[in-house]
Design a protein around this ligand. Structure first.
Ligand SMILES: C[S@@+](CC[C@H](N)C(=O)[O-])C[C@H]1O[C@@H](n2cnc3c(N)ncnc32)[C@H](O)[C@@H]1O
Length: 328
């Protein structure tokens, strides 16, 4: 698989990806409410742990979305009704879902150009093992941020485009940010192009809390791995066992929130940042939101961003939905 690296180019003419990581960690840990962006979860170990989470019995989103895709996606090639398509995927992870979608287009005799865009090189490596090019399938991976990847691909071909943003990645954005983000996707599409978006639906809070606090402590390991990544890449001296993972549902926001909480008063040094950071006992570092949607929220987003809703696909329990919108 051909891979274009947009990350090691100087981003915004200012910094490389390593410099950006260092700058974001410094900014986040100096903030009044400490935070680390969830986009940094997926180093090699983080990607491996995430794959295990997706297979865990307590974590329903991947299972439910695969159920939706396996049952419903064969109708997509008929709805789109062409013979060639550019499938662009934002944050594909290991490509399990991508494979189902690509195969359904190929078996309907489409010629497919597949462009996975992921900030994690590890994710693209997993895809190149899982999905092999052939005479009906061309694959070009982009190692970069979602929108810079989309912009890069926009002028590559005039084929009809289908943008995939699955796994409720959209839920990591606050509601207002998600509107801006979807409008930015739209700017990089032509008339008649499609998006398929995955949304985790609002549901019984017990089911949510269980999914984000799995009984094998995989999510705990996944979140604390961020501190390991800082130790490895920025020469930090975080003692991982002195921090705790906390995942809880905030009903007012309608979102799961993930934190790392300091168990003691402690000072941490990060050599490459030439900085020490003080953590008070029980002080949180915010990592991630995972916003849950109602059908009305989704419809509202569709209208606000100027797409036309074509079809909503659901799993049997209505835990999750993948929605198909057209750019008319
Ligand atoms: C939660 S995983 C989801 C994977 C897949 N979409 C699924 O449904 O299973 C998120 C993926 O998005 C990638 N990612 C997160 N933030 C990103 C960003 N800003 N730009 C590009 N990729 C990003 C991560 O590296 C990871 O592979």
């Amino acid at each position: 698989m051909k891979i274009t690296n947009l990350l090691n180019k100087k981003l915004n003419k200012k910094s490389s990806s390593k410099e950006m990581f260092a700058r974001d960690i410094l900014k986040g840990l100096l903030a009044e409410n400490k935070n680390i962006s969830s986009k940094y979860f997926y180093d090699d170990l983080g990607s491996k742990i995430f794959q295990k989470i997706t297979r865990h019995k307590d974590y329903y989103p991947t299972r439910k979305e695969i159920e939706i895709l396996s049952k419903n996606i064969p109708v997509l090639p008929r709805i789109i009704n062409d013979d060639k398509i550019d499938i662009i995927e934002l944050g594909p992870g290991d490509g399990s879902k991508s494979k189902i979608i690509i195969e359904s287009f190929m078996s309907s005799d489409y010629k497919v150009n597949y462009y996975p865009i992921d900030i994690s090189k590890k994710a693209l490596n997993l895809i190149s093992k899982k999905i092999k090019p052939n005479n009906k399938l061309f694959i070009h991976g982009i190692n970069g941020e979602y929108l810079s990847g989309l912009k890069f691909i926009k002028n590559k071909s005039k084929n009809l485009k289908l943008v995939l943003f699955l796994g409720s990645n959209i839920g990591n954005l606050r509601k207002q940010q998600s509107e801006v983000f979807v409008k930015n996707i739209k700017k990089n599409l032509y008339k008649g192009d499609y998006v398929l978006l995955g949304f985790d639906l609002k549901k019984d809070i017990k089911i949510l809390n269980k999914a984000y606090n799995d009984s094998s402590n995989l999510t705990k390991k996944f979140n604390l791995n961020l501190l390991k990544r800082i130790n490895n890449e920025l020469n930090g001296d975080f003692q991982i066992n002195k921090f705790e993972h906390v995942g809880l549902y905030n009903p007012k926001l309608g979102a799961m929130e993930s934190y790392i909480v300091s168990k003691v008063n402690q000072r941490v040094k990060i050599k490459n940042l030439s900085q020490t950071f003080d953590f008070k006992v029980y002080e949180p570092i915010h990592l991630e939101y995972s916003f849950k949607y109602s059908i009305d929220d989704i419809q509202h987003l569709c209208i606000k961003t100027g797409f036309t809703s074509v079809k909503n696909f659901y799993d049997s329990k209505k835990y999750f939905t993948d929605v198909l919108w057209r750019n008319d």
